[in-house]
Design a protein around this ligand. Structure first.
Ligand code: ADP
Ligand code: MG
Ligand code: MG
Length: 261
């Protein structure tokens, strides 16, 4: 199995910081609609500081990397999301213990522990229009993708269109010049069903987690908010994507990005 070092986790945080920086104004725009227009700047400040803290003193273990990131986010982000993301990373780091390298299954357990920490602190359930709506399905998807690959082998990871005949989406045979061989839905990480306990399998499982987070964030649009500032708006929060669910999806996409390198 592919083992993940503190360098991998440091690369994740750097990629998350890049992505949060790139989407900062969009996150703030979402928070302007149903909150106080600070989510993008809050998170950009926190992740920038987390990257700096890791650069000053890169901890030797994955667990210590995540605990340092969490502590930095708690100190620097503020608002509701600072303590929540900070707790997520700290709990995930504690779950990894002091091992110098961790497995994909350890990563899945750590993500689940992080989500449990967010739920405990914020007492939000799925459907309340918060970051939990992106984080919880991502943690479940990661665990399921890795477990499915181990139990049932290739093809068991729920990848779309595995085993379908070589026809295009419209049901007609692919044109001969179609180099993708009639599998438009195949994941970019490799052939459908590539999830196994190796590096490629981890990337495929994280692709499923990132997609679950993206879909979970999008699903917050029709929800009325029941937690956080947006809940003050009641039904007027309907029709807007939750900023924290959106940033959670970015952070999980960053994890897939570094695993796919
Ligand atoms: P603030 O609302 O204090 O300005 P941010 O704008 O940084 O903080 O973060 C807002 C996000 O925090 C929301 O979009 C939501 O996803 C998340 N959030 C707020 N309250 C909770 C809660 N109780 N549980 C989980 N997530 C929450
Ligand atoms: Mg805000
Ligand atoms: Mg605020």
């Amino acid at each position: 199995a592919r083992l993940l070092t503190s360098a991998f986790f440091g690369a994740w945080i750097e990629e998350a910081a890049r992505s949060v920086r790139a989407e900062r104004d969009e996150l703030t725009r979402l928070d302007a609609a149903i909150g106080d227009a600070d989510h993008g700047t809050n998170l950009d400040r926190g992740f920038t500081e987390a990257v700096r803290a890791l650069g000053d003193r890169r901890p030797a273990t994955p667990g210590a990397v995540l605990v340092l990131v969490g502590s930095t986010l708690i100190r620097k982000v503020g608002g509701a999301s600072g303590p929540l993301y900070g707790t997520a990373f700290r709990e995930a780091g504690k779950a990894l213990g002091e091992a110098p390298e961790v497995s994909p299954a350890d990563l899945a357990a750590a993500l689940a522990a992080g989500v449990a920490g967010v739920r405990r602190l914020g007492s939000a359930a799925e459907g309340d229009k918060t970051m939990v709506d992106a984080l919880a399905p991502a943690a479940e998807a990661l665990t399921a993708a890795l477990a499915g690959a181990v139990r049932e082998g290739p093809g068991a990871d729920g990848a779309p269109e595995a085993g379908t005949p070589a026809v295009g989406r419209d049901g007609h045979p692919s044109a001969p010049e179609d180099g993708r061989d009639g599998h438009p839905g195949a994941p970019v990480d490799g052939p459908a069903g590539a999830a196994g306990p190796d590096g490629r399998g981890l990337a495929a499982a994280l692709a499923a987690a990132a997609e679950a987070a993206r879909a979970g964030a999008e699903a917050t649009i029709p929800m009325p908010a029941r937690k956080g500032r947006a809940s003050y708006l009641g039904p007027r929060s309907v029709g807007h994507q939750d900023p924290g669910a959106t940033s959670a999806a970015l952070i999980l996409r960053a994890l897939h990005t570094v695993a796919a390198r």
